[in-house]
Design a binder for this molecule. Structure first.
Ligand code: PMP
Length: 419
């Protein structure tokens, strides 16, 4: 019933007439087929975390050191000696695990220290932040506990999957990416029909690297009496004069009702957080099922307290990253590559056709450049791209190497996006 040649992962979600075991068996045949036909370009194992990593992949004869363009460890804080030392200190002081979910014994001194640090980082009073196990759960658990059957979320179509997961119990209106006309229409259509209307956008969009039009969004949300949540997972630590994210770039740190962030990208660890009014945080602390039934971060998150300090103490990482972004982006444009409207360390190489994109990703890897090939359903069917993600510790020599490889590949396969 499934043509492996054209199948996508999505088709395996609900295969009619097959139970879960049979579905898994067919899916296994599909993934084997993909590997055999050189189309499985994301089942990789990596070693290391930095501008270069060792990659093991079906596409490589042996494990190979590659330039990594896949990590969200933007400032490379996962390898910062002071962050590592603090993480080790956390473990030595408190042990290796939280031991329980926050509401029933797993809310420790180090969680309080981290939450206080996060509140201060965003210039909010104590009690304005709450830590979650991941950025994913910060979004999904928060939305699930705040929005009910008589509320409505109004979301940019390209918000992260974790936002969508949080909308299962509420009404949802999606507006086309960054279209202010459609956002306004959605705000007008929903007026007086719901108790709460919450607009949800990403600060930086994870597949295009472009930014939300926060100025206009804030004005519209205010004008129409709604609330605003911004997931700035990719902006925090990276964008803005002081690394407070896309929200700082727009001078909007105090104009957003709920800020969601992750601790797994620029801050170099794992976990997520919400910044909001102390009343709203208090509500989530008791009402979010994740806070009640699931443990949050481990004592190694002590390293995060240092990472947050380093955002202020060592701004040169942010500047080095911005320099790399400008350098690489202009190099790609010089090669005639469509990089969309990227304004962050995520820079797409937009090729469009999924087969050509997969072929480019494979050639890149074989030349020692590891970058992700993103196809449907990650992006629209004709919008496949190589997603590159830069770090502060990439050197211009790394980036020149990648640009040269792309130029060579461009001689064999067109890198142009055909619209
Ligand atoms: N929001 C966005 C926009 C993301 O890109 C991601 C990570 N892919 C998340 C949230 C989830 O973050 P985490 O990896 O910490 O769960």
């Amino acid at each position: 019933i499934i043509n492996f040649e054209t199948a996508t992962f999505k088709e395996f979600e609900n295969i009619p007439n097959y139970d879960m075991v049979a579905t898994s068996r067919i899916f296994k045949n599909f993934t084997d087929y993909m590997v055999d036909h050189d189309q499985m370009n994301f089942r990789f194992v990596t070693k290391g975390s930095g501008p270069t990593v060792t990659v093991t992949s079906p596409f490589l004869k042996k494990s190979t050191t590659c330039i990594s363009l896949v990590s969200n460890d933007y400032l490379n804080f996962t390898q910062h000696p002071a962050v590592k030392e603090a993480a080790i200190e956390g473990i030595m002081r408190y042990g290796t695990g939280a031991g329980a979910s926050p509401l029933i014994g797993g809310h420790h001194e180090y969680h309080v220290m981290l939450e206080d640090k996060l509140s201060a980082f965003f210039h909010r009073p104590k009690g304005s932040s709450l830590v979650f196990t991941t950025g994913y759960t910060a979004n999904s658990a928060t939305l699930l506990s705040l929005l009910k059957a008589d509320d409505c979320a109004i979301v940019d179509m390209e918000v992260h999957a974790s936002v969508y997961e949080g909308l299962l119990k509420t009404n949802t209106k999606r507006f086309p990416h960054n279209s202010m006309i459609h956002l306004e229409r959605a705000l007008l259509e929903t007026k007086d029909k719901f108790k709460t209307r919450l607009v949800v956008v990403d600060g930086v969009y994870s597949q295009n690297g472009d930014l939300a039009k926060l100025n206009e969004i804030i004005d519209l949300v205010k004008q129409h009496g709604a609330y605003l949540m911004v997931d700035d997972a990719h902006g925090i630590g990276v964008l803005g004069e002081n690394g407070r994210g896309a929200i700082e770039l727009y001078n909007a740190l105090h104009k957003v009702d709920i800020i969601a962030g992750t601790l797994s990208k620029a801050l170099g660890h794992i976990g997520g957080f919400i910044i909001a009014s102390p009343e709203l945080i208090n509500y989530l602390r008791y009402q979010s099922r994740q806070q009640v039934f699931s443990s949050t971060s481990t004592p190694a998150s002590f390293g995060l307290i240092k990472a947050l300090e380093l955002i202020d103490e060592e701004p040169h990482w942010r500047k080095q990253l911005a320099n790399n972004v400008a350098y690489f982006r202009s190099g790609l444009i010089d090669l005639g590559i469509d990089v969309g409207d990227s304004k962050s360390p995520i820079i797409p190489i937009k090729i469009g056709d999924p087969h050509r994109t997969a072929a480019v990703a494979k050639l890149l890897l074989q030349a020692g450049v590891y970058a992700n090939c993103i196809v449907y359903p990650g992006v629209a069917k004709k919008d496949a791209r190589i997603r590159t993600s830069l770090m502060a510790t990439h050197t211009h020599a790394h980036l020149d190497y990648v640009l040269n490889v792309l130029q060579d590949i461009g001689g064999k396969i067109s890198l142009k996006k055909i619209r």
